[in-house]
Design a binder for this molecule. Structure first.
Ligand code: ATP
Length: 206
């Protein structure tokens, strides 16, 4: 199996931003959020099960899953959240493992927001954490999604705290500085890590 670098960080920390820099170097990226979206696309068995449970009103006009509605629903109904998680978590995990297994590149970047919370760290050979202060997380997440403060704080409370996350890290990218000034620094850091991961992957394969 290919060498797996798990990339994690709290909400709004910059995981996708950093993953895109690795992608620009040709590194394959498997993103848990993308997998989670793909497995409930229109026409899937899982979407049919969700509609059976919640009714047609959980769909948008175009027949896709209305994610905002679903989020709202499970935010207020704990039993529905449990039901949904029991349906989706094993399916997401199985699909991610299938995709990881298919990789033929020296290493793969596996982006998982809840890598630590969902006990997936043992599947990774290396863990890269994107680290920012809670203040930066709130500011960027609010700006991006015009999310309410309470919702973001709730999500942050459901994730491990900064110190705990950093204890799992083999490598850390600090992402508090604004991209307008710091992009070259981030690119350089990603390039250094990329070279290091290629070496580690090579050492593992011989
Ligand atoms: P989530 O887990 O919530 O999906 P994420 O960890 O993938 O988030 P991103 O989507 O990469 O985080 O970044 C969150 C927001 O902050 C985005 O709008 C992104 O453009 C912005 N952002 C990320 N890094 C920086 C930075 N260094 N300077 C300014 N804006 C940034």
């Amino acid at each position: 199996m290919t060498y797996i670098v798990g990339l994690t960080g709290g909400i709004g920390s910059g995981k996708s931003t950093i993953a895109n820099l690795f992608m620009a170097l040709g590194v394959p990226v498997i993103d848990a959020d993308v997998v989670a979206r793909d497995i409930v696309k229109k026409g899937t068995l899982l979407l049919a099960k969700i509609v059976d449970h919640f009714g047609e009103q959980i769909l948008s006009e175009n027949g896709e899953l209305n994610r905002a509605k679903l989020r709202e629903r499970i935010f207020h109904h704990a039993e529905d959240k449990i039901w949904l998680n029991q349906l989706l978590h094993p399916a997401i995990r199985a699909e991610m493992l299938r995709q990881l297994d298919r990789q033929t590149s020296p290493y793969v970047l596996w982006v998982v927001p809840l890598l630590i919370e969902n006990h997936l760290t043992s599947l990774c050979q290396r863990i890269l954490v994107v680290d920012v202060t809670p203040e930066t997380q709130i500011q960027r997440a609010m700006q991006r999604d015009s999310n309410q403060l309470e919702l973001i704080q709730n999500i942050m409370a459901s994730q491990v705290d900064r110190q705990t996350r950093l204890q799992f890290a083999d490598d850390v990218i600090h992402n508090d500085a604004d991209l307008t000034v710091n992009l070259p620094v981030l690119k350089q850091k990603v390039l250094e890590l990329h070279q290091q991961y290629l070496q580690l992957a090579h050492a593992q394969s011989v």
